[in-house]
Design a protein around this ligand. Sequence first.
Ligand code: PRP
Length: 184
Amino acid sequence: MDSTDMGTDLSKILITEEQIDSRLAEMASDIDRDYEGKEILVLGVLKGAVMVMADLVRKLHSPVTMDWMAVSSYGSGTKSSGVVRILKDLETDLQGRHVLIVEDIIDSGLTLSWLKSNLESRGPASVKIATLLRKPEAATVDIEVSYVGFDIPNEFVVGYGLDYDEKYRHLPFVGTLAPHVYGG
Ligand code: PRP
């Protein structure tokens, strides 16, 4: 899959495959340094974080276990509702664990803000957040993010895990969706 397969659905490629790869390598090296001597429970938030999880953990040298959660924050359309539901919970006991939440994107921040406090109530040694993308202009809650790949403008982006109507997740890059696709 490449940009030519997108026809007119794509306005532009925002972040290339190569840029993602080299930024994830930098993030992995920061994570290895910060967690030296510790085992990390890397927690992927389905479905968007599948790509970043797969690529980030393969760049880590720290001992790692992986688990997954699925949450839903979007009531309807493309805006966060702030109402978060757990669709699939962890299988790991968090007591005493160092948890690193991995996300594809932080938009309003509502999902992560809710998820972080939910996880903190389960007795972990620490909970930190890594995200490939963040939209500072869309933030409605203040949330501490330890590792950020790229701050991006408040545009509709797809690819590398991110979807529109469940499509485009398999693009190897992050692109801006043409407004005619979502009626913008
Ligand atoms: C996306 C993304 C985050 C959330 C961010 O997930 O993966 O979990 O939205 O939005 P927020 O900061 O405004 O809360 P989505 O609900 O689209 O599910 P998906 O990962 O399955 O695509």
